[in-house]
Design a protein around this ligand. Structure first.
Ligand SMILES: Cc1ncc(COP(=O)(O)O)c(C=O)c1O
Length: 399
């Protein structure tokens, strides 16, 4: 019998992602693979109270369909929160999305056609690659740390450039001020949309935050922002991912295009979750809980760094991240294939993410991403001991 067919792009998903998802079900496994927050940081009592009053005080907004662009009051609150002396934002610059993931998906819908070119900071966020895969784009990889990196050359001919300047997922790397300025200038001169994906922008453990590219792009402009930066924010890392509240800040013409795409995706983001998000901002909850989140995650970053220094230094190189949720470690020995390491790691009871899934071309098998926010220090240390054994086993197999 002839089988009904699926779209061609489905054949290109990789089996590492499948392994990784099924591993999440094993209770014996130390999961250092995902980018998950510790549930202990969620302010459950306050959020429960916000949820109850949101429904009783705003039944129409929480239980009915809402505007596609999002609740006007939440859009105004975000416009005020992200405006600076150099950057004027209004409601017309803001679209509320169902998590940052939907923002990536909508960008793909309004900008990509089959074969379109994306200039992507590489290694790149797996979720972005997943969101854009159905459009079959081509990628030009950008290594921002490369001293020869020339943004205008990299952006030329691309539909958009994509970067995570604050503590990239997966590398945890911080893009410096000069590179930020250079990318904004290149976006303006080449006429390229510059997607600044910023879920980790609040998670600075050392030093003062660098200016957003969105803010840098506002300098010298008058009136409502109309520049090329498309900024993506989310409540997932600062409050809780279950709300699925994200936002896009961009020129009004871009917001209008994305709104047309959102109409065909989900009509509107949950009104209940938007009301809770609005209350979380207005009451100062997000700002109040941030210092505790930072001190918890800073101490875990340090605990993981110590454990890695004790057990992994013979085999891997890394830099300690100054923010975010991840270490990125690269094998000293090119024979250490990290797709194979993942399989050994699972046998040893620990899960990490191999670099192949973050490479738009799927070829990089030299590095791993290790998360430090989910597990307590003792569990992080045990996970690293298991990983060290898994590395030895992988190398023994190679010989
Ligand atoms: C770089 C990056 N972008 C976007 C997202 C999407 O986050 P969410 O959909 O939870 O807002 C994540 C989540 O881990 C991420 O790391």
């Amino acid at each position: 019998m002839q089988r009904p067919a699926f779209a061609r792009w489905l054949a290109q998903t990789n089996d590492v992602t499948q392994i990784f998802l099924s591993a999440g079900q094993r209770p014996d496994l130390i999961n250092m693979a995902g980018g998950l927050p510790d549930p202990a940081v969620w302010p459950v009592a306050e959020l429960s109270a916000f949820a109850a009053s949101a429904v009783s005080d705003h039944p129409t907004e929480t239980l009915g369909y809402g505007p596609i662009e999002g609740l006007p009051a939440l859009r105004d609150a975000l416009a005020a929160r992200f405006s600076t002396p150099e950057l004027t934002l209004t409601r017309a610059n803001i679209l509320i999305t169902t998590g940052g993931m939907q923002a990536l998906d909508l960008i793909g819908k309004v900008l990509l056609e089959e074969g379109s070119l994306i200039a992507a900071q590489t290694p790149a966020y797996l979720g972005a690659l997943d969101a854009w895969r159905p459009h079959a784009p081509r990628y030009r990889t950008m290594r921002l740390e490369d001293p020869d990196f020339a943004p205008a050359t990299a952006f030329a001919g691309a539909q958009f450039a994509y970067t995570v300047p604050n503590f990239s997922n997966p590398t945890g790397r911080l893009v410096g001020l000069d590179s930020r300025r250079a990318m904004v200038a290149a976006a303006e001169t080449t006429g390229t949309w510059l997607v600044e994906d910023d879920p980790y922008g609040a998670l600075y453990y050392d030093g003062a935050p660098l200016p957003r590219m969105l803010t840098l792009s506002g300098v010298g402009q008058t009136g409502t922002y109309a520049g090329p930066v498309v900024y993506l924010g989310t409540l997932s890392k600062e409050l809780a991912p279950g709300f699925r509240i994200g936002w896009i800040i961009a020129a009004p013409e871009m917001i209008a295009a994305l709104t047309a795409a959102k109409q065909g995706a989900d009509m509107c983001t949950s009104g209940l979750c938007q009301q809770i998000a609005l209350k979380a901002f207005e009451s100062g909850l997000t700002d109040r809980i941030l210092p505790d989140i930072l001190s918890l995650y800073r101490s875990r970053r340090d605990a993981l760094g110590d454990a890695m220094a004790s057990h992994l230094a013979a085999h891997l190189d890394w830099q300690v991240p100054v923010g975010g949720m991840f270490f990125w470690a690269t094998a000293k020995d090119p024979a250490l294939d990290t797709d194979r390491l993942l399989r050994q790691a699972l046998k040893h009871g620990v899960c990490i993410t191999p670099s192949s899934v973050f490479d738009p071309h799927g070829e990089d098998r030299r590095s791993i991403r290790i998360n430090f926010t989910l597990n307590a220090p003792e569990r992080l240390a045990e996970g690293i001991r298991r990983l060290a054994n898994a590395i030895e086993a992988t190398l023994a197999q190679t010989d």
